[in-house]
Design a protein around this ligand. Structure first.
Ligand SMILES: [Cu+2]
Length: 150
């Protein structure tokens, strides 16, 4: 079952969700289903920079919210807290993984709750690359985090 599920995820990733330009590849993107009673969510993805120049992700926009920020988790004294970042840098030939407890995209003031098994659009804006509009599947709250499956 698990294997079949992984293949299905992989196929759907390649068939419909992968987004790429000559220089950039966005993969493994998902956004979390909204916790009932809240108006926030967070999104994760891998951004691969295939160009020969450093690329900066400068803003993320979506029709689901007018307030979307990029965040990181930092360790202060003995506490983990998150803070906003101005941009996320992806070095030439490298990739950056946005994931729980690391860089993430924070969506505030959702007009409507995000429901599992639907998808939203997000547009990623870069300093020196064309913007990319991507489809982001909504992952249910009960599903284990993809990255920690074995
Ligand atoms: Cu955050």
């Amino acid at each position: 079952m698990k294997i079949r599920f992984s293949i299905a995820v992989l196929l759907s990733t390649f068939l419909s969700f992968n987004a790429f330009s000559a220089e950039l590849l966005i993969s493994e993107q998902y956004v979390r289903e909204t916790i009932p009673g809240t108006e926030i969510s967070s999104a994760y993805m891998t951004i691969t920079n295939r160009s020969a120049k450093m690329v900066k992700l400068t803003t993320v926009t979506s029709s689901v919210s007018e307030r979307i920020e990029m965040h990181e988790h930092v360790m202060t004294a003995d506490m983990m807290k998150m803070q906003q970042v101005e941009s996320i840098i992806i070095n030439a030939g490298d990739n950056v993984v946005l994931q729980p407890h690391g860089y993430h995209i924070m969506v505030f003031n959702l007009q409507q709750p995000l429901k599992a098994d639907t998808e939203i659009s997000m547009t990623l804006h870069f300093d020196n690359q064309p913007s990319m509009k991507i489809k982001v599947p909504v992952q249910g709250l009960n599903k284990p985090e993809k990255r920690h499956q074995h």
